[in-house]
Design a protein around this ligand. Structure first.
Ligand code: SAH
Length: 230
């Protein structure tokens, strides 16, 4: 009960109201992550309050940027953030959690099955290798995965033209270095939501739009993307 009230309170501070069964589902997912974390490393955050704020509440900061019924791909989802809280909070969307670590995707898939969450799928693999998924999504999300130019190169191929990339950052400082990536990948920065978590930590949700098909030479191999980011 205490956790239920705590999570409701944190979510209300970011303008997110959810039905009791969704709050219960989010809490069950937290329990699963923290339990699994004892046997393999999923998160460095193990304090329950911190977990509710820095993982669950943070993941839902991007929910308001996602259009109705969107097909969403979460790149580098890890233990399922923000993919799982978004899927739980928004029945209308379908989320594909994508991560190069197969073990993490197995954890997310098993959690979804046991919690009865039907609007989430998992793909184990690297974002830049998912040719079959290119041009498939209305929204791509990513949190704590890499720098903005790299994220843009990973995300744009996965989006339909007109689709949105929603990146979770602590501030907007990286925007200064993305003009070349945006021009090259035919994308545009369309919004910045500056906000804070209930503990005062600053957050920035940066939104980009895919304006035209991604030139066929992108994404490059990950080694090249990292060595020579756009
Ligand atoms: N988004 C989660 C996890 C962040 S850790 C969270 O916020 O808690 C970064 C994750 O990105 C790792 O699990 C790593 O395996 C994954 N990752 C990094 N580069 C990737 C790529 N190119 N394609 C798919 N997954 C990637």
């Amino acid at each position: 009960m205490q956790n239920t009230e705590a999570l409701k309170n944190y979510l209300s501070q970011i303008g997110c109201e959810l039905a009791d069964e969704k709050i219960a589902c989010l809490l069950s997912f937290c329990d699963r992550v923290l339990e699994a974390n004892k046997s393999f490393n999923l998160t460095a955050i193990t304090d329950y309050t911190d977990f509710l704020i820095k993982h669950v509440t943070d993941s839902l900061l991007g929910a308001s940027e996602i259009p109705q019924n969107a097909l969403v791909c979460d790149i580098g989802s890890g233990a399922g953030f923000p993919a799982m809280p978004l899927a739980i909070a928004r029945d209308d969307i379908t989320v594909t959690a994508l991560d190069s670590t197969a073990k993490k995707m197995t954890f997310v898939a098993e959690s979804a099955r046991s919690l009865g969450i039907k609007n989430i799928k998992t793909v184990a693999g690297r974002a830049e290798d998912q040719k079959k998924l290119f041009c498939s999504f209305d929204v791509v999300t990513a949190r704590a995965v890499s720098s903005l130019p790299i994220l843009l190169e990973l995300a744009m191929p996965l989006l339909k033209v007109g689709g949105l990339a929603v990146f979770y950052k602590t501030d907007e400082s990286e925007l200064a270095g993305v003009s070349n990536a945006l021009k090259t990948l035919k994308a545009e920065h369309i919004g910045t939501k500056l906000t804070a978590l209930p503990n005062g930590d600053k957050r920035a949700i940066l939104t980009f739009k895919k304006l035209a098909p991604t030139p066929p030479q992108y994404p490059r191999q990950y080694g090249t993307i990292k060595k020579k980011p756009l």
